[in-house]
Design a protein around this ligand. Structure first.
Ligand SMILES: Nc1nc2c(ncn2[C@@H]2O[C@H](COP(=O)(O)OP(=O)(O)OP(=O)(O)O)[C@@H](O)[C@H]2O)c(=O)[nH]1
Ligand SMILES: [Mg+2]
Length: 404
């Protein structure tokens, strides 16, 4: 069963609990996409943008907007059948080629170093292991994970004293594949527990420039293409450009974006988005957040506030907090993962920009160190260049097919 299959569920009438918080009257505007059709249907007519602006600013208090939208949901059929289009199934060979191309620099760096480490040596001895250790660390696998790998190989060498260096590649592949399996034990669909009648809410966090907004856009496109109704909350209200950038992505993806003005309370945007999503029977909600505020403590406090306010609309929301890390920053990505996981509960990772870097080893080290599964990897700026992370395909792209 794939990720999207989890959203292939019967739609029941959403039960919206009255929120217990005071919600200020806010300006709400939505970018109403023209395509695909199902998304357009869910937006109240008077709020659909005209062609010129694609945007309507309705000066209506948030509560009132929700009541109006709830009425629309009640008129919907109880069950929405979602057609899976087999033609959309990615061709596995093409996917592999794209992944290999995206990881090319990492692969070259990794094996270039490995070759140099074993050049002129025949058996795996202490010196080879020392060099291998250095190679893994300089490939951004991280010290802790490197030590684990080296210890595992040492144990094998102890059993087979004359292990040939030509076998090292296969052994390394096996050990890395094993580690990745350990940190991704819970299958491809980890963490997703969709409750009937409620959208699956994903809050996206990470430092500025990591690729949050781009990842949300790419993911929204994947989901709408699979027939899901996607709402996006523009909760990065720190910069006006951030909202505009997200609006462009939402439109490209055919998703509905809920926004307020720059500088407004991000928690209030998240709240509005969830109310609107529930009222309109959305399948998935993606919440974009700021990567930089006046200071780090302020950012972490704000993320906590956004988190908390969402549970007032859907008690167990957010269902997922995805940390986006820029893979090309290597060791910095480890540091960011450390800070975010300490400050907020992170349940999944997306590692971006692996296309432009030889530091793809971070994927191995970070998933091992933090025991948080990598859900997606970004291998380019294009809308299709977000790949569902598959540990086996990742190892395959780096090492080639297993010999046995
Ligand atoms: N090459 C490449 N570029 C990427 C990828 N993902 C994102 N980018 C680029 O990285 C830059 C920053 O991405 P954003 O999505 O704006 O990052 P953000 O985390 O939302 O940043 P803030 O809004 O400032 O917090 C953009 O130029 C993206 O096109 C990727 O997988 N590969
Ligand atoms: Mg952004």
């Amino acid at each position: 069963m794939g990720f999207f299959d989890l959203f292939k569920r019967k739609k029941t009438e959403p039960k919206v609990e009255e929120p217990k918080i005071e919600q200020p009257a806010v300006e709400v505007s939505e970018v109403a996409p023209c395509e695909p059709e199902p998304v357009q249907e869910c937006v109240p007519e008077e709020r659909v943008a005209d062609n010129a602006s694609q945007e309507v600013v309705a000066e209506v208090p948030a509560e009132q907007v929700v009541v109006e939208e709830l009425k629309i949901v009640e008129e919907k059929p109880q069950e929405v059948a979602v057609e899976e289009d087999d033609d959309d199934e990615p061709n596995i060979e093409e996917e592999r080629k794209e992944l290999e191309a995206g990881l090319e620099k990492t692969k070259e760096g990794f094996f270039g170093r490995l070759k140099r480490a074993i050049a002129g040596r025949t058996t795996v001895d202490a010196d080879v292991l020392d060099d291998l250790e250095e190679m893994l660390i300089t490939s951004d696998v991280g010290v802790e994970t490197t030590v684990k790998i080296i210890e595992a190989i040492e144990a094998r060498v102890a059993r087979d004293k004359y292990m040939n260096t030509s076998e090292l590649n296969d052994i390394l592949r096996e050990e890395i594949a094993y580690l990745m399996e350990e940190s991704h034990r819970s299958t491809r669909d980890f963490g997703i527990e969709v409750k009937e009648g409620f959208p699956y809410v994903m809050m996206v966090v990470g430092v500025n420039g990591a690729g949050k907004t781009t990842t949300i856009g790419k993911l929204a496109a994947k989901l709408t293409r699979a027939g899901r109704k996607v709402y996006i909350g523009a909760a990065d209200t720190f910069r006006a450009a951030a909202i505009d950038q997200l609006a462009v992505w939402a439109e490209r993806a055919g998703a509905t974006m809920v926004r307020q003005d720059m500088g407004s309370d991000p928690a209030s945007v998240a709240y509005d988005t969830l109310r609107s999503a529930v009222a309109n029977g959305a399948d998935v909600v993606l919440i974009d957040t700021a990567g930089r505020l006046h200071n780090k403590v302020g950012l972490m406090k704000e993320l906590t506030k956004i988190r908390n306010v969402m549970s007032k609309v859907i008690p167990d929301a957010p269902h997922e907090v995805m940390l986006v890390l820029d893979g090309s920053t290597g060791q910095n990505a480890f540091e960011q993962a450390k800070q975010f996981t300490e400050a907020t509960q992170v349940t999944s990772l997306t590692i971006t920009k692996l296309d432009g870097t030889a530091k793809g080893g971070v994927v191995i080290g970070i998933s091992d160190k933090f025991h948080i599964p990598v859900r997606y990897i970004g291998i380019g700026e294009g809308i299709d260049q977000l790949k569902m992370f598959d540990r086996k395909e990742f190892v395959r792209a780096l090492f080639g097919d297993a010999k046995n």
